[in-house]
Design a binder for this molecule. Structure first.
Ligand SMILES: Nc1ncnc2c1ncn2[C@@H]1O[C@H](COP(=O)(O)OP(=O)(O)OP(=O)(O)O)[C@@H](O)[C@H]1O
Ligand SMILES: [Mg+2]
Length: 662
């Protein structure tokens, strides 16, 4: 069935793995913004360090200044000589005691309420004044700690801010450059490329694919680096605080690795499916929106609806599969997290009870384990973005590797078309390398001659003009203008010398005037209007709502086919070309208007070469010479009268038309 078109396009090959080649090419785009990149890394490093140090601070606060346990005995004047309280300076001298751990206990005596510092055997009484002095140093240290903590948090705030700004700036600039380069490249690609690639796909390259890269640069790359830094940092901090507990916590690591590896495998599969099917939806949509009128006219709505439902369903299924992978992964990681936590608490409890572990260390540890899982979850989920970005980069680079130019060596001679003499010498053309479209065409057009080309549909008339303007390369023979091969001209100068009214007129969004000038600043409004007047199309344009300022929407669907041709005619004349090519330029125009334009063309052709292609033979009767093309070959040529006398293909064509229209 013809309808079972391959909407899979190129996407089955999508989703390449991390590839060093691609990475190197991406780096080339980052290079100009190296400084931004470095800054973002520095900010990132600092922010990570700040974040990592917070549990460390808390641990210090708890263990050193909040705890009621003193490994050190507190001096007081009433106690042994080893203990000293300097009331004047509000200081307590603390010395290491041989007597084990002391605990501070609240104590109420007859006359005073105070604290008892005891290790079970010995106990010392501390008056409220003593206590105040004792706690003062703690509170002072705590205050310093809080100030430092605030500093760390503010630092973290600014570093994170700086990191987000710099990395986004870098990402956006890189994408800006890539998009610019892509479009510049597209402008120089041969027509063959556009014949072979659907518009939807090319647009996707410039929009979606660059957007994927953007996400990669702005969020994935930095957060991945951050995640790795965090992981390494957390493990280092954990190790510093307690190597033993770190050991306990590491028990779950193999499970995490296993879960992550499995996730990667399944996520990759699911991701590929989603991408492929989404591409299918996009391609289907793009095509059917352009062809909506055909669908409606031929009552294909219901069939198309079913077709789309199938594609849509399969996309839905693949996203659900992807969702399942994530749905299983997330709780698995949570489970591992709680298992890790439980393991640590289990082992720590014993140490805590035996006094070899402080509460602050446990607190910090639990915090670190919590922090450890964040990057682990993140890395796996950012994996999607990275995968996306690499698949997109590969496609973008493939597009960039498409060869520019028309596929022939050009000599780039800085020469303008001055006379307008055209010569075809045994020219052969095949678009695909198989089917011969032009099979050895030879003819001359003298400067300022007016010739016409006629021939059946598909004979190769448009193709002749396609190669004259170097839109497509030829496979044999020579095409010369003013006795110089067209490939020796600078392309720009060659095309400046030839103006074409294409068979399919294309207008851009903008005013009528813009479309005549084709946004060329060198042409003034007056010149454009003058040109329109010259070919007698001005009064028709003036019938539009706003005359020359009438806005034309994209694809010019609001204009009639004839109106579009008129604008194109003015567009061709305004640049004052030496050679004017009219490919069915007046085929959609009513006979009265056409007669008017015919008249104008006489003026137009007096100082330039005009090549007219037409099916309506009445329009070319006055041409100096008529070439008859038949199946890629020139079979007759001469003036109308000569050809009629010849009694060949031309005469047959003419008679048929004449009889039909009569
Ligand atoms: N870009 C292209 N790629 C491949 N084949 C093409 C391309 N353009 C035209 N052809 C083929 O080349 C042949 C000649 O096409 P061409 O457009 O030159 O015909 P034509 O004489 O202008 O016909 P018409 O009178 O219908 O405009 C046709 O068989 C067509 O299928
Ligand atoms: Mg044609």
């Amino acid at each position: 069935m013809a309808e079972k078109k391959d909407y899979r396009l190129e996407s089955e090959t999508a989703g390449s793995q991390f590839d060093l080649e691609i990475f190197k090419r991406l780096w080339k785009y980052v290079k100009p913004y190296k400084l931004l990149f470095i800054f973002s890394l520095v900010f990132l490093g600092l922010a990570t360090l700040f974040q990592l140090s917070i549990p460390f601070f808390t641990k210090t606060a708890i263990d050193n200044y909040m705890s009621q346990d003193y490994k050190y005995i507190v001096s007081s004047s009433q106690m042994d000589n080893a203990i000293k309280i300097d009331a004047e300076n509000q200081q307590i001298w603390i010395q290491k005691s041989e007597e084990g751990q002391f605990q501070l206990m609240f104590q109420k005596t007859e006359n005073e309420t105070g604290f008892n510092l005891t290790n079970g055997e010995k106990s010392y009484y501390l008056s409220p004044e003593d206590m105040e002095i004792l706690r003062k140093s703690d509170i002072n240290s705590l205050n310093t700690l809080v100030i430092m903590l605030i500093f760390v948090m503010v630092g973290n705030f600014f570093c994170t801010f700086g990191q987000v700004i710099t990395s986004n700036l870098m990402g956006q600039k890189v994408i800006l450059d890539i998009r610019d380069q892509l479009f510049r490249h597209l402008l120089r690609l041969p027509m063959k490329f556009y014949d072979q690639n659907p518009t939807g796909r090319i647009v996707t390259r410039v929009t979606n694919d660059t957007e994927n890269l953007n996400e990669f640069f702005t969020s994935a790359i930095t957060s991945l680096i951050k995640d790795v830094l965090m992981l390494a940092g957390i493990i280092v901090f954990m190790f510093i605080i307690s190597p033993k507990l770190t050991g306990y916590a590491m028990i779950i690591v193999p499970f995490i690795v296993l879960a992550t590896v499995l996730f990667r495998i399944f996520a990759r599969k699911a991701f590929r499916k989603v991408r492929t099917r989404l591409a299918r939806i996009n391609a289907f949509m793009a095509e059917h929106i352009s062809g909506m009128s055909v669908i409606q006219l031929f009552n294909r709505e219901r069939a198309k609806q079913t077709e789309f439902s199938d594609i849509n369903q399969s996309y839905y299924k693949s996203t659900m599969q992807q969702l399942m992978v994530f749905a299983i992964f997330r709780p698995t990681m949570d489970l591992l997290f709680y298992l890790g936590m439980t393991t640590v608490i289990w082992f720590a409890a014993a140490d805590l009870l035996s006094g070899t572990l402080t509460f602050g260390i446990l607190y910090a540890f639990i915090n670190y384990i919590d922090m450890l899982f964040q990057p682990l979850r993140d890395i796996s989920e950012k994996f999607n973005i990275v995968q996306n970005a690499f698949a997109s980069s590969e496609k973008i680079f493939n597009l960039m590797d498409e060869k520019e130019g028309i596929g022939v060596e050009t000599k780039n001679i800085s020469k303008s078309v001055t006379k307008g003499e055209v010569k075809f010498e045994d020219v052969k053309l095949s678009y695909d390398g198989e089917k011969q479209v032009l099979k050895g065409i030879s003819f001359d057009v003298k400067p300022e001659e007016e010739i016409a080309i006629v021939g059946e549909t598909g004979a190769g008339k448009t193709s002749m003009m396609n190669i004259l303007t170097a839109l497509y390369p030829i496979q044999g023979g020579k095409i010369k203008i003013d006795d110089v091969s067209i490939y020796d001209y600078q392309l720009e100068l060659l095309r400046k010398g030839i103006a074409v009214v294409l068979q399919d007129v294309f207008l851009f969004a903008g005013s009528v005037l813009d479309n005549i000038k084709l946004f060329n600043e060198d042409i003034s409004d007056e010149q454009a209007i003058e040109a329109a007047k010259y070919v007698h199309v001005d009064h028709l344009i003036n019938k539009f709502e706003n005359g020359f300022d009438t806005n034309i929407t994209e694809r010019a669907t609001t204009l009639s086919a004839g109106e579009r041709q008129l604008i194109a005619l003015a567009r061709a004349v305004v640049s004052d070309p030496k050679i004017l090519v009219l490919d069915e330029a007046t085929s959609n125009i009513d006979p009265v208007t056409e007669a008017l334009i015919q008249d104008a063309m006489k003026k137009v052709s007096c100082n330039r070469t005009v090549i007219t292609i037409a099916h309506r033979l009445s329009t070319i009767r006055s041409a100096d010479r008529i070439l008859v093309l038949h199946k890629g070959k020139l079979i007759e040529q001469g003036s109308h009268e000569e050809l009629m006398k010849l009694d060949g293909v031309y005469k047959q064509l003419y008679r048929l038309q004449y009889d039909l229209s009569a």
